[in-house]
Design a binder for this molecule. Structure first.
Ligand code: NI
Length: 172
């Protein structure tokens, strides 16, 4: 396991890639999962998609446990939303690839998600609340979509510009 560098805005060339399905969840997949989890914990964050460490595979890790609680890591290969509730909810989102930027995002309140776990076994979960939001945010990453795509065009242009400027000044 090792902590990998997280791809940040303005590197949209990587972040906008559509990740490929994982044909077989094997030892190599589990090794990527472990690097992702360690990178996410080190950041720290509650969710990470493989493309955020430059791996274009449909893999997501999450851990919504609170500080001081026993960690509850979730490993999702090929997650897909098979149902979304018509009701929506607002949540202030952030992203490890867009540090120190938070904005309210409206998404379906509940979702059903099918995925394979780190042993390749298939599952379907019905998620609500923060879990529903995180799953949608991370699955968006697998499709090259960032949470700033769900905010106003003006706010999005402003945040992208801010990160381009920081990049030029040698922040990275
Ligand atoms: Ni994110």
């Amino acid at each position: 396991m090792s902590v990998k560098p997280i791809i940040l805005l303005p590197d949209e060339k990587i972040l906008r890639q559509v990740s490929k399905p994982v044909k077989q969840v094997d030892t190599a997949t589990r090794s990527i999962f472990d690097d992702m989890l360690e990178t996410m914990y080190a950041a720290p964050g509650i969710g990470l998609a493989a493309i955020q460490i430059g791996v274009a595979q449909r893999l997501v890790v999450l851990d919504l446990s609170k500080t001081g609680e026993t960690p509850k890591p979730m490993f999702l290969a090929n997650p897909s939303i098979v149902w979304s509730s018509p009701e929506e909810s607002d949540y202030e989102e952030g992203c490890l690839s867009i540090p120190d930027f938070y904005e309210m995002v409206q998404r379906p309140k509940e979702v059903k998600v099918q995925f394979q776990d780190r042993n390749g076994e298939a599952h379907e979960i019905h998620a609500a609340g923060l879990l529903a939001t995180c799953l949608q945010h991370e699955i968006d990453h697998l499709n090259g979509v960032l949470f700033i795509d769900h905010i106003s065009r003006l706010k999005r242009a402003r945040v992208i510009k801010k990160f381009q400027k920081a990049d030029k000044l040698g922040r990275l």
